[in-house]
Structure formats: structure tokens, C-alpha cells
Design a protein around this ligand. Structure first.
Ligand code: SAM
Length: 354
């Protein structure tokens, strides 16, 4: 979903005791159907906490503010203001105009509770009905957003700690472990001290690179700490593939599993995999997080950060010329993405750890 504008929802008339559940649902619908934030007129810390918890677990950067002056928000709002009301003009008649008008303008969508003051109707640019029949702010908001996005909001990805895997029957949830959980997984697999010390150094370097590149640090944290979990079973080149399999069995999210599976050297092509006796598929790192962890691992020997030159030399001494060229290229690509030379970032981390 390509979206240039910000979409805010303004919930008025919220009574913390009576409307607790319904305003929570208005907030969750806002988040799940593509809005960026919600304002709620009455202060309600419990509601804020509930929404923060959902965002923390399921991802995205949806925001909530409660205890706002709704009239001021409406008055000061620079974009297009929409009041959802059964008394308005039917959504079908106006949605194209609204979409065109808001291509580069923010939107504020007002939904009420019991009785909506007439001021809201007068201050709105559009009063929009989802059928001129009474129903609910939850359904009205969901249908309005779905019409606005033409259903594209349903395809939005959130990169959450928890990801639901769609299934015909049953329930499956995959998750992204945090640092504590990743280390617990390693200890549960009886990872040696050598592995633990190595992955901790790779983690430090990968996180530093990730901050420069503005990459997803949660994925980098989990991926770097778990990249060598396969070494608890084998030290061969297949340890990355084996490790990925172990993590799949533990319901770890694909975005982390792929980091682990694609971390050897600067990637292994399908042909190379065949020659190496690995299950034939492309093990080239694709995402920025996959590339960062692979290269951080290349620049760590044991638990020490080494220079790119040293890494390249090590590969050449083993006659791995082609792989060493790929590592040089990856270093150049990542230096560009980080806006800083990777060797410099590595040196910074090395000095911090000294
Ligand atoms: N009767 C109240 C009034 O308009 O003053 C509204 C009560 S209704 C339960 C609460 C909210 O649900 C409304 O403010 C509106 O945002 C939304 N809503 C209910 N029916 C709607 C409809 N047919 N079209 C658009 N919004 C609707």
C-alpha cells in the first residue's frame, strides 16, 4: 500500500467506564485498517496501555493520544476533515472525490459515541454515511477505511514481534524473539561459550550497522544472536541451513529464519549450493537485515572484530577467491546504505568493546 498522507481518527464522546470496549475496538480498527493514529477526547490511560501493548506485540507504529481537546484538533487540522454519521452523504457517492482530494493531504476522521454535537457536522469538510441507517462507529470506520484504500489495507505488513500465519484450519503464530529470548533458545540448545561469545560480538557489530542504515533492529538482534544456532549440531557449511530448520520448528518468524539461512559468506547461489552438497536453493541475503548480519559475521573471527582486508585475506588463503569478491562488493553496498564505511563502524564497535 503506497500511502503519502497521514490518517488520524478522532474519537469523541468516549466515556471510560461505559465505552471501554467499543473505543478499544475503534482504536484497533483504526490500526488494522490503515490509519496512523487515534485521538480520544477523554483521558484514558488503560486504553492507551491496551493499544501500546497491541502495537508492541503485533508491530507497526500506530499512535494513541487521549485527553485531547477535540474542537481544537478539528479547528487546527490542516487536511480534510470527515465526520462519519448516518445523516451524511453515502460513502459511495463521495469516496472518489475524497481519495483524489487527499492524495497529498492528511485526513482526520471523526467518529462519535452517543450524541455528536452539531459543531462537528459544521466543522467537517464531508459528512459521510455508511448507509443512512443507525449502526456503530466500529463498523462505520472499518467500512470507510476499506472503501478509501480499495481493500489494499488488508495486505499491509506490520513486522511485529508476533505474526499470524493464515491457515485453513487451526491457529499458527510465529514470533520474533527479543535478545533475552534468543539467548534462552541458544542455552536451551546447549550452545557452547565459544558460540555465545561469537554471536554476541556479531550482534554488537550488526546492531551498530543497523542503526546507521535505519534497518529493523528487532530482526537484526534476533538474527545475529541466532545466526549460528546450527553450530550446536554441525560445524559444516550446512550449519546455516540446519539452524534455519531448527528455528522453523520453534515457530520463529521467516524474517529471522532467512537471516540465519542466508548468512554464510556474502551468500551462496543455487549452483554453488549444489556443488557444496547443500539443498539446492538461492542462499543470497536479500533484505538489508540479512545483508548486515552476513557481513557482520564476516567481520568477526571468534569473538574479535577484524578488518575487511583480514577477512578477504582469510578467504583467499582458503582459495575462496570468488566468495572474497562477493564480500568486498557487499561491504561497498552496505557502506553506501549505512552512509559510513563499514570498516569505520567496525572500528568504533571494537574500540567501545576494548
Ligand atoms: N445518533 C448519534 C448521533 O449521530 O448523534 C450517533 C450514535 S452512533 C452509535 C455513534 C457513531 O457511530 C456515530 O457518531 C458515527 O460516527 C457512527 N455511525 C453510526 N451509524 C453510522 C452510519 N450509518 N454511517 C456512518 N457512521 C455511523
Amino acid at each position: 500500500m503506497v500511502k503519502k498522507n497521514q490518517i488520524s481518527v478522532l474519537r469523541i464522546g468516549h466515556r471510560p467506564f461505559r465505552d471501554k470496549r467499543i473505543t478499544t475496538h475503534v482504536s484497533l480498527v483504526s490500526r488494522a485498517f490503515g490509519a496512523d493514529e487515534i485521538f480520544v477526547d477523554e483521558k484514558d490511560e488503560t486504553l492507551e496501555e491496551t493499544v501500546h501493548r497491541v502495537v508492541e506485540r503485533f508491530g507497526g507504529d500506530f499512535r494513541i493520544s487521549t485527553g485531547v481537546n477535540w474542537k481544537k484538533i478539528m479547528k487546527d487540522f490542516k487536511g480534510v476533515k470527515i465526520n462519519l454519521s448516518m445523516y451524511g452523504i453515502n460513502v459511495d457517492e463521495k469516496i472518489d472525490d475524497i481519495r483524489n482530494e487527499t492524495e497529498d493531504k492528511d485526513i482526520l476522521i471523526l467518529v462519535g459515541a452517543e450524541k455528536v454535537p452539531i459543531d462537528a457536522y459544521l466543522m467537517a469538510d464531508y459528512n459521510i454515511a455508511i448507509a443512512n441507517q443507525p449502526h456503530s462507529e466500529v463498523s462505520a470506520l472499518a467500512i470507510f477505511l476499506d472503501h478509501y484504500f480499495n481493500g489494499m489495507e488488508l495486505k499491509k505488513t506490520y513486522n511485529g514481534k508476533i505474526n499470524i500465519v493464515p491457515m485453513e484450519k487451526g491457529k499458527m503464530v510465529k514470533y520474533i524473539p527479543d535478545e533475552r529470548e534468543a539467548l534462552k533458545i541458544l542455552y536451551d540448545e546447549h550452545a557452547s561459550e565459544k558460540i555465545i561469545n561469537h554471536v554476541k560480538t556479531v550482534y554488537e557489530l550488526a546492531m551498530a550497522m543497523g542503526k546507521y542504515a535505519d534497518a529493523n533492529l528487532k530482526l537484526i538482534a534476533a538474527g545475529s544472536l541466532l545466526h549460528d544456532i546450527g553450530r550446536t549440531r554441525t560445524n559444516g557449511i550446512e550449519h546455516a541451513y540446519v539452524g534455519a530448520g531448527m528455528l522453523r520448528e520453534k515457530n520463529i518468524g521467516d524474517s529471522v529464519v532467512n537471516i540465519v539461512e542466508r548468512h554464510t559468506g556474502a551468500g551462496i547461489t543455487e549452483d554453488e549450493a549444489r556443488n557444496l552438497g547443500l539443498p539446492p536453493k538461492d542462499y543470497t541475503p536479500q533484505t538489508i537485515e540479512e545483508k548486515i548480519v552476513a557481513q557482520a559475521d564476516n567481520l568477526v573471527a571468534g569473538d574479535k572484530i577484524i578488518s575487511l582486508d583480514r577477512t578477504v585475506q582469510n578467504y583467499r588463503e582458503k582459495n575462496l577467491y570468488y566468495a572474497s569478491e562477493k564480500i568486498i562488493k557487499l561491504n561497498q553496498e552496505l557502506s553506501k546504505l549505512c552512509g559510513e564505511d563499514i570498516d569505520k563502524i567496525a572500528e568504533e564497535v571494537r574500540l567501545n568493546n576494548a
